[in-house]
Design a protein. Structure first.
Length: 177
């Protein structure tokens, strides 16, 4: 199974083509902040006002079917195998019922992210996989995967061997060199 952690948009010149590939290939596609901006506009995040024109113009290029696909993308996906629970989301949540549900990137440095990593909502999983920060790191049971389209891009290979869950960051750069 393949899980896409969000952010189809702002990642190159073929975003619509990427959307179609994801849509047509039975991939679990999670909603990231870029899909939220496409669906709701940039007003949900005051830090991205400078992207208003980009999202307004890109939204005009989408078909109603493509926009419906974006709207139906879930914020998270959970899987359980041999009693091991794995949670996938674009980033950790501050308020899942908010129009912008994710923590801010600044929370990686101000201690909020670390506190949420230790919360019951996160600790109940053996593995929590996120991607928003564009960095590869491990913090307890939280694993961040770098974004494709940026230097240091990777994907995560996860294996549940019955006794536990293991994972490996696979560098995309290493595959193309």
């Amino acid at each position: 199974m393949t899980v896409f952690l969000g952010d189809i948009f702002q990642r190159g010149n073929e975003e619509i083509e990427c959307l179609e590939l994801l849509k047509d290939n039975e991939i679990v596609c999670l909603k990231g902040n870029c899909e939220l901006y496409m669906e709701f506009g940039v007003d949900i995040d005051p830090d991205v006002e400078y992207l208003r024109d980009y999202y307004d113009e890109t939204r005009k290029k989408l078909t109603s079917e493509q926009m419906q696909f974006i709207k139906q993308m879930p914020l998270f996906y959970e899987n359980e195998c041999h009693g091991h629970k794995i949670h996938f989301s674009h980033f950790l949540f501050s308020d899942i019922n908010s129009s912008y549900p994710f923590l801010q990137l600044a929370d990686l440095k101000n201690g909020v992210f670390d506190t949420v990593c230790k919360s019951e909502d996160v600790m109940k999983y053996e593995l929590v996989v996120i991607g928003h920060s564009h960095q590869n790191f491990v913090k307890g049971n939280v694993v961040s995967v770098s974004a494709s389209g940026v230097e240091g891009a990777s994907y995560l290979l996860i294996e549940d061997n019955g006794d536990g869950v293991s994972f490996e960051h696979i560098s995309i750069d290493a595959l193309t060199n």
